[in-house]
Write a protein that binds this ligand. Structure first.
Ligand code: 13P
Length: 254
């Protein structure tokens, strides 16, 4: 049985004091929900303060990015070792990083390896653009993103995948539950062919892209979808709580 997961990617939002307020608002309700992994990913500078707030509870912490070197003269970067002291998860290869910061497959691969080396659990984001989707290239793009040289190591190390079609991110135009389920099913079959059925059964695959409290049920009602990576809606305490609650209830029934 795969434990469902809802992860909130706060992106470049909230000052430290705003992050503290947001966590305080969601903490009491969120802490009580037990059959879902609840992960929040605030900006780097708020990780320490948030860690102190959630201490002893059930909410887990993630970062939104990392650099692949352990330490040294890389002004402005944050290393895997620094993060390992603060959090359990790290988002890698988000399409915004691939697009705005020119992260290539090679860089993404190095980052996943660096995270695993220090025991951080990567949430690896994959997904196709609108043009690729319209040109019928979705499967081809996903296979390429899933075929890094170290992919084998990832799957044996408890990697989590997030399928985020780029056309659905921040657009309010989410995929349908059926579409997302089919694509995630395809990803799982690909993993089964490459790395075996057991790994494919165990790997958690989330959907991301315009997930809200109004549409989460449509996604988590699908058998292949293990939860969601939520952007905008994770910045509103009551909405994030509702997304996690609905996921808990729906997956409990399944
Ligand atoms: P939105 O939920 O704001 O569309 O963002 C999705 C996302 O990119 C999560 O990583």
């Amino acid at each position: 049985m795969r434990v469902p997961m809802i992860a909130g990617n706060w992106k470049m939002n909230t000052t430290v004091s705003e992050a503290i307020d947001l966590v305080k608002e969601m903490l009491p309700g969120l802490d009580q929900i037990d059959n879902v992994d609840k992960v929040i990913c605030p900006p780097f500078i708020s990780l320490a303060a948030v860690k102190a707030l959630i201490k002893g509870g059930t909410i887990k912490l993630g970062a939104q990015n990392l650099y692949f070197e352990e330490k040294g003269a890389y002004t402005g970067e944050i290393s895997p070792l620094m993060l390992a002291e603060l959090c359990e998860f790290v988002i890698v290869g988000h399409s915004e990083r691939r697009h705005y910061f020119n992260e290539t497959e090679d860089i993404v691969d190095k980052k996943v390896q660096a995270a695993l080396k220090v025991g951080l659990k990567p949430i690896l984001c994959i997904g196709e653009s609108l043009e690729e989707n319209e040109a019928g290239k979705t499967k081809q793009v996903l296979i390429k993103q899933l075929s890094s040289p170290s992919a084998r190591i990832y799957y044996f190390s408890g990697l989590i995948l997030a399928y985020e079609p780029i056309w659905a991110i921040g657009t309010g135009k989410a995929a349908t539950g059926k579409q997302a389920n089919e694509t995630i099913g395809f990803i799982r079959q690909h993993i089964a062919r490459q790395y075996g059925k057991r790994i494919a059964r165990e790997v958690r695959i989330l959907y991301g892209g315009s997930v809200t409290a109004d549409n989460i049920a449509e996604f988590v009602n699908q058998p292949e979808i293990d939860g969601a990576l939520v952007g905008g809606a994770s910045l509103k305490a009551s909405e994030f709580l509702s997304i996690v609650r609905q996921t808990s209830e729906i997956k409990r029934r399944r």
